[in-house]
Each structure stands twice: as C-alpha cells, then as structure tokens.
Ligand binder design. Sequence first.
Ligand code: MLT
Length: 201
Amino acid sequence: MIHLFKEGQPEHPVLLLLHGTGGNERDLLPLAAYIDPQAAVLSVRGNVSEQGMPRFFRRLAEGVFDEEDLIYRTKELNDFLDDAAKQYTFNRKNIVALGFSNGANIAGSLLFHYQEALKGAILCHPMVPRRGLSLPKLAGTPVFIGAGRRDPLIPQEETLELEDILIQADAKVLLHWEEGGHQLTQTELHAAQRWYSKTFL
Ligand code: MLT
C-alpha cells in the first residue's frame, strides 16, 4: 500500500493515519502532530479509487458499503500492518489508529474483524462498518468516537449503535459529540488529544 512512515519515540504508540474519501496519506499529518508530536506515524493511502478519489474500500452508494470488498480490504490493511511492523521494526501491538470518515470506517472494521489489530483507535465520524457480526473480544481496547449531532451521513442512532457494539465486545469507549456535521473540528480534536494523553501517555 502507498504510505509514509515517520520515526517516533519508542515508548509512544505508532499512529496509523487513515484519511477520508478523496484524501491521501498527507492529509492527517497535522492532526498526528497535534495528537502526539512524538509518536511514530504510519500513514496509508486507500487502495481503492472511486473516480480518482482514494478510499479504503468500495461502496455501492453513499453510506452503503460493498461488504465483500470491505472484508477483503480490511484483511489487506491488517496484513500490511504486520509487514510494516517488520519493515520499520516497531511493535505490532502498539498501533493506535486515527481515522476520519472512510478512514474511521476501515479502522472500525479492523476492530470488528481482528482481535489485536489495534491497541486503540480515534474514530472521527465513523459509521457501523458491518452488522450481524460476532466481534472478537476487545478486552478493554480504548476507542474514542467523535460524532456530529447534525451529521447528514450518520444519524445519531448509528453512532449510538456503534458505541453499543464496541462496548458489548468489551472495548472502552469514549463518545464525544459535536453540534455540527461530518467535518472535523478543533474542539473534537482537542477532546481526542486529551483522551489520548490520558489513555496512552
Ligand atoms: C464511507 O463511505 O466510508 C462513508 O460514507 C464516509 C465517506 O463518505 O467516506
């Protein structure tokens, strides 16, 4: 997968950056620098192109996922993380994802499918990636969800459903609400940063 890697302090997590639809591996670099300037950064570009816009998996319509491709791409990303940990010699169990929108959805899908894919996750404006699935035991995996009360793509019930599914799987979830829509805001990032520092540093 196309990606970039930046070394960090070994006692800090490795931040896995996952952009939104139409983004690339450079988009979330300022966010990583804000959340944890000393963390190593692994930033990945989605392998799927929707009319030239990079994404992490295909969709059939807005908010309607191609489930077969989602499963395939989730495995592809998980395998890539195994390889990247070897290539860049970091601890595979020390990865915290930071994903926005489509990137938050593939990060959520990693949690839904693989027990130790992530040490934790910051999911900014995520959806429920799949339904009717029995999740692996997430054994206290910390997850921050940033959501907008007026998100035109994601009804509040869907955010609450995602929170509930993750809690049922034993994840430790902090749900942060913004009054706005699908965009990332400074107050959301600030909340994510405070949560990250308390949780991982
Ligand atoms: C998705 O397709 O992952 C969601 O609809 C969010 C987005 O627009 O990327």
